[in-house]
Each structure stands twice: as C-alpha cells, then as structure tokens.
Design a protein around this ligand. Structure first.
Ligand SMILES: NC(=O)c1ccc[n+]([C@@H]2O[C@H](COP(=O)([O-])OP(=O)(O)OC[C@H]3O[C@@H](n4cnc5c(N)ncnc54)[C@H](OP(=O)(O)O)[C@@H]3O)[C@@H](O)[C@H]2O)c1
Length: 408
C-alpha cells in the first residue's frame, strides 16, 4: 500500500501544480461532466461555444462529442505524460481562451462583456502558454547517462569552455571522465574538482590533438577503459584573411577539427557497437551552416563536423548508439580571444551543454537557438549566393579588432 502511494506520489511529482489541477479537471470532464452533458442534459438546454460562436440544441449536442474526446485524451495524456500532448493541448487551450474571451464581448457587449472576456480569457491564455512551454515535461524521463551509456566518457578540449562544462555535467551524472587538452595544470585542477564534488574517477591526458597521429595515440591511451560517451569538442578559430594564416595553424585546425573527431569516433565506435550502447557528440558550429569569408577554414571545418555528426546519427540510429551534432552559436568561452575576434555576447557554456545532453538520443543536431537558426536559414534560402557571401564577409569583418570595413 505504502509502495503504491509512493509510486503515485513520485509519478505526480513530475508535473507542476497547475498540471495536476488540469489533470483533475480533465478527469472530472471525462467521467462526470462529459457523460452527463452527452446523455442526460436535455437537448433544449444544450449550449457549446467554439471559437467564440455559441451553438445550441442538436448542434451543441453533437459538438459535445469532440469536447468529450478532447478531455478523455487530455486525461490519458496527463496521466501517462504522453509525448503527443505537445503541442495540441496548448493549441486547444488557446482556442478555448480565444472563445471564452470573445464570447462575452460578442454576446454581452459593453464593459461587463470585456471584463468577463478578460477574466476568463487571460487565465486560459496563461494556461495555453504554460502548456506550450511544458514540452520537456512531456518527454520520457531518460535514465542517468551512466546507466544509458556506460561508466566512462572521453572529453577532448576539457581544459576550458564547453569541454570543461561537458566534463562537469557528465561527472554530475556519475560518469567517470577522461580529460584531455594541452594544458596539464588545468586538467589536473578539474580532475581534483570532479573527484571531490561527484566522487567519480578521472584520467588526465595532456596532449596536442592537433598533431598528426595524436588521435590514434589518445585512443590507445584509453583502450583499457569502457568509453561509453565520446565528446569531440576540442577546437579553435582563427579570424582573418586566409592568405595570412600560419600554414602550421592551418594544418592544426584540419587535424583538430576534422581528422581527430573522425579518427577518434572510428576507433572508439566498434567497442560501443559490440556493447550495443554509446554516445558520440561532435561539436560543430553555426559557423558550419554558412561559408564564412575571413573565417573560411574554420567554417569549412565546422561544416565537416556538422555533416559528420548528422550523417552518423542516421547511420547508427537504432543501434543503441546516439550521435549528436552540436552546432552552437556564440558561446562565452575563451574561443573568441583564441580566435582573435572582438569580444561579443553569447550563450553560457553551461547552457549549451545542458541543452546538448537533453537533445542527445532525441535529435540529430542541436542548433544555436531559434533566432540564430532562423537567421542562418533565412539567409541561406532567401539570399543569392554572392549576396550571402558578401553579407557574411561584412559581418565577420566587424569581428576583426580595429579592422576598417574594406571596399568591395
Ligand atoms: N565559443 C563559441 O562561440 C563556439 C561556437 C560554436 C562552436 N564552438 C566550438 O566549441 C568547441 C569548444 O570551444 P570553446 O568555445 O569551449 O573554446 P575554448 O574555451 O577556447 O576551449 C577550446 C578547448 O580546445 C582545446 N584545444 C585547442 N587546441 C587544442 C589542441 N591543439 N590540442 C588539444 N586540445 C586543444 C583547448 O585546450 P588547450 O588549449 O589546453 O589545449 C580547450 O580546452 C570548439 O570546437 C569550437 O569550435 C565554439
């Protein structure tokens, strides 16, 4: 009995208070009001409001059927927290809010009509917004990352920014982490932090992943561990004319951003496939969605990452191995300084990682937020190629410190 009570309590805890109230209302409408309305209420008294229009008599009686179906679906959806509740429940609530706001204005008129319309329309409108924003609540609860994928994760570029936050978030989920980057002192400090805060194991491997053959050496250095999660994150940018880039840095960028994720993924994948579970994150960028003059190689290398991640997501779908192409927009890390860019605002690394781990196993790719996604996609679809390139060049040029816009 106590176990059953705990089970119910635990199941209800997932819902915010207003959703519990809504569930109670849907159950009442399904089992009490709906049957009474349909089978007992005299036709002469039947009234239904849809989209602000008042229906009476037999039309109202017939419309009580979809009404009943809606509340029955709401009861099932809210009881079992079904994924299909989003977005129709929000749209239906918006329709009810609209109807309830409009009906008194049309039928009563005057100040009292407006007041009554506002009194019923505003709370129902708030409910529609709350249901719209509750998309994540209707997603199935995933087991912890450690249970889903295995004991160890390998995070490249863990000494700073997005990689460091990946390491922290994974450790919070009980995953032991292999930390790798060049700055050994930072890796050691992070390892100490994670072991103390989350009681996980760590291994730090200081290495230049931009050197030829480094990815193979890194894979060999973790061959004794069961790597269930691979985060291909290490990367850097270098703004400015391609003709002025140091050839050694050009090679390093290709090695680090393209060769390393491809080789590491290729070398760690077979063991994941043998276990039938695993996760691979490939950190691309919104910069990979567009060709970026003055960030040409960076955007090309990130296009490689975006495409590799999305293609592998589909290729491995159903195999137990989840692949995510993470395509962030501007993020507040050391990246801008390393790339030689003017500082500009961005999302936090924690925010990017939180969303990425939420999207893992659900989406092939996680973009930079709807506004940046819309801007990139609208630009890609609406502008001609020469116009697009010129616009991106101008925008990138403005990120070069003390650079005057050139004449073109
Ligand atoms: N920040 C943004 O606005 C943004 C936007 C979209 C995508 N991204 C991508 O996000 C990823 C992480 O960047 P971040 O923003 O977190 O930048 P960050 O703070 O500069 O971190 C970059 C990480 O990569 C490591 N790294 C750089 N060169 C390396 C090399 N040769 N060998 C091994 N490790 C190396 C760095 O460690 P060491 O220096 O210690 O080696 C550091 O840990 C990159 O792939 C970047 O392209 C960033």
């Amino acid at each position: 009995m106590e176990g059953a009570q705990n089970g119910v309590r635990k199941a209800l805890a997932r819902r915010p208070w207003w959703m519990k109230a809504l569930l109670g209302f849907c159950l009442f409408m399904t089992f009490v009001y709906g049957p009474w309305d349909l089978f007992v209420k005299p036709v002469a008294r039947d009234e239904e409001v849809w989209f602000g229009i008042l229906f009476r008599g037999w039309t109202a009686k017939l419309l009580a059927i979809p009404h009943w179906v809606v509340y029955a679906a709401g009861s099932i959806g809210l009881l079992r927290m079904k994924r299909w509740m989003w977005p129709w429940a929000a749209v239906y609530a918006a329709q009810v809010a609209f109807g309830m706001a409009l009906w008194p204005i049309l039928h009563l008129g005057g100040v009292s009509g407006v007041a009554l319309g506002a009194a019923s329309g505003v709370p129902l409108g708030a409910l529609a917004v709350a249901l719209w924003r509750a998309r994540d609540v209707f997603q199935p609860v995933s087991p912890r990352l450690r249970e889903r994928y295995g004991e160890w994760a390998l995070v490249t570029g863990a000494s700073s920014g997005i990689g460091r936050e990946f390491a922290r978030a994974l450790a919070h989920e009980g995953v032991s982490v292999v930390l790798t980057a060049r700055r050994a002192d930072r890796l050691a400090a992070l390892a100490t932090e994670l072991e103390a805060s989350d009681a996980v194991r760590t291994r730090s491997i200081a290495l230049d992943l931009g050197a030829s053959g480094a990815a193979e050496r890194l894979a060999a250095a973790v061959a004794d561990l069961e790597i269930g999660i691979l985060v291909n994150n290490a990367g850097f940018g270098s703004i400015g004319p391609f003709g002025e880039q140091d050839p050694a840095r050009v090679r390093e960028m290709v090695e680090l951003s393209c060769a390393a994720p491809a080789i590491l993924t290729r070398l760690l994948l077979p063991a994941m496939q043998a276990r039938g579970r695993g996760a691979i994150v490939i950190v691309g960028s919104v910069a990979g969605m567009l060709p970026m003059p003055l960030h040409a190689l960076y955007s090309a290398s990130k296009a490689f990452d975006n495409v590799l991640g999305e293609a592998l997501h589909e290729e491995l779908r159903g195999s137990g191995i989840d692949v995510l192409a993470l395509e962030p927009g501007s993020t507040e890390t050391e990246f801008q300084q390393q790339a030689g860019e003017k500082a500009h605002a961005g999302e936090t690394a924690q925010g990017v990682v939180h969303k990425a781990l939420g999207a893992l196993g659900r989406e092939p790719a996680l973009g930079p937020g709807w506004f940046a996604w819309l801007r990139a996609n609208l630009a890609l679809r609406l502008l001609s190629r020469p116009l697009l390139l010129a616009a991106v060049r101008r925008a990138t040029q403005m990120r070069i410190p003390a650079a005057e816009p050139d004449e073109r």
